[in-house]
Design a protein around this ligand. Structure first.
Ligand code: SF4
Length: 480
């Protein structure tokens, strides 16, 4: 990695995963308090890019009020003889990773939904201009992706200018997504994987097929293919599909082999198109959460931008705790918005006919994807705020699930139990395998000791544990 001696703060992969809490932040950009924010990479010709240039359009950090939330557009232009437009999405997704290498800058999410914070500590150290962030990105990108010959970065903080460029960014994202819509899973030999998010969700492997965009919504099959081709040692890699074990659920022998290997044996099977049994794992970057509603035997979908409680009473961040971290959480599924336009969208569970509720903020964005015959049958929080209102709405509007509600046949899959906790935006990895303490035979452990207290299991993979002394005490109130 390049030297960053002249930088006021350290730059290193060791900072990946850093969090800047509200009380420690100097300023923030984007996030829930700001409507217009984006990051966008554009491939240009070598003549159009001034290598190393960092521009700031609008107020820089010293001109911003401490504690304020501000609009931000990060516009990166790259050029290189080996780069084509397919790589725009791939390079763009790395902004998250490389920004998090910079001490005291937290970056969350992607595309139109970024949320960045600068810590007070780093500001005091001299990180007082966005210039440092831009220079750090240019240095990191060019070191890690040598096919980038020239790069310039523009930070836009002026609200009017962010607004103007935001529309252009949305248009470009839509164009990228639309490209993959004509292709079917059956028409390709290879799917692609991504493990970029394993730094905070160690068992998570994204499977990207033509008909299932990555759950962060940032990588289509074309993007992942371009990334794997140009950087075979990077986080994107080809997956030979293998045998179709269940074409409806989307289970392939090749996928199972890869997820077993890349999750170090934690995840053994994956269904691409179902939220039950072996759903796709979720890291924390998902654009939306699909959640099972047992009372109507259907699903709700809530997007990251939605504020307040979903129809089940839980907020996005509360459900994110249950969904993310690399777990397979039956009934909870992190998805990319574009997946809702897929012909295979949860096809094993009934597809759109199984969708009982969506947040209004999401509905605005996927109106075109909702089948015509269901358009007036799926409510948002404006029509149904709780389960009772939802049941009434579905029955009144003759939703395909209405018959089951009237009959009240409770043969639903088990109710997922969200963990009601933490008002935070980032799900922490919740490991999956019980702790194994070698040298202590199970017969030596009193049977009354709760080994998975609180329903949380802990994975220690590849770890060596030395125990000098082990004291086991019975917690008060624990019954035999
Ligand atoms: S969410 Fe998936 S595709 Fe997106 S960066 Fe993370 S691992 Fe890669």
């Amino acid at each position: 990695m390049s030297s960053f001696e002249e930088f006021p703060v350290e730059i290193s992969p060791a900072f990946e995963g850093q969090r800047v809490r509200k009380e420690d932040m100097y300023v923030e950009f984007g996030g829930p308090n700001v409507t217009k924010k984006f990051e966008l990479v554009r491939v240009k010709s070598l003549e159009e890019v001034e290598d190393g240039l960092v521009r700031i359009i609008g107020p820089d950090m010293l001109e911003l009020k401490e504690g304020s939330s501000n609009p931000l557009g990060i516009l990166i232009d790259v050029a290189g003889l080996k780069i084509d437009k397919d790589l725009e999405g791939v390079i763009e997704r790395r902004i998250h990773m490389y920004t998090n290498y910079i001490e005291g800058i937290m970056h969350l999410n992607q595309r139109y939904d970024i949320w960045c914070r600068i810590s007070k500590k780093s500001f005091k150290k001299g990180l007082t201009s966005l210039k440092w962030w831009g220079l750090g990105l240019i240095r990191l990108f060019k070191a890690e992706m040598p096919y980038i010959e020239k790069m310039q970065v523009t930070f836009i903080t002026d609200p009017v200018e962010v607004g103007k460029m935001f529309e252009e960014a949305i248009r470009i994202y839509s164009e990228r997504d639309a490209r993959a819509r004509g292709l079917r899973d059956e028409e390709v030999e290879l799917f692609y994987g991504c493990v970029l998010c394993q730094s905070f969700a160690p068992t998570h492997v994204c499977i990207i097929s033509p008909e299932r965009i990555s759950l962060c919504g940032a990588l289509t099959w074309f993007d992942a293919r371009a990334a794997a081709n140009i950087d075979p040692k990077g986080p994107n890699f080809p997956i030979p599909k293998g045998e179709p074990l269940d074409p409806v659920k989307g289970e392939w022998s090749g996928i199972n082999e890869v997820v077993q290997k890349k999750s170090l044996g934690t995840i053994k099977r994956v269904y691409l198109h179902s939220a039950f049994e072996y759903p796709h794992t979720s890291c924390g970057c998902f654009e939306c959460i699909m959640f099972y509603i047992p009372e109507v035997d259907g699903f709700g979908i809530v997007d990251r931008g939605f504020r307040g409680g979903a129809v089940n009473g839980l907020s996005f961040s509360t459900m994110a705790s249950q969904t993310g971290g690399g777990m397979q959480s039956e009934g909870f599924l992190g998805i990319g918005i574009e997946y809702m336009r897929s012909r295979k969208f949860i096809q094993a569970d009934g597809g759109w006919k199984r969708i009982a509720w969506i947040s209004s903020t999401l509905r605005e964005r996927v109106e075109d994807a909702i089948p015509q015959e269901l358009k007036d049958k799926i409510p948002t929080e404006n029509e149904a705020k709780n389960i009772e209102e939802l049941k009434k709405y579905l029955i009144q509007h003759k939703h395909p699930l209405a018959g089951k509600i009237i009959e009240e046949k409770p043969e639903a899959p088990p109710t997922p139990q969200p963990i009601p906790q933490t008002p935070q935006p980032i799900p922490q990895p919740i490991p999956q395998t019980p702790v194994v303490i070698p040298q202590i035979a199970s017969s030596q452990i009193p049977p009354s000791i709760p080994t998975a207290a609180g329903g949380i299991r802990i994975v220690l993979q590849g770890a060596r544990i030395k125990i000098g002394k082990l004291i086991i005490k019975r917690a008060e109130g624990v019954k035999q």
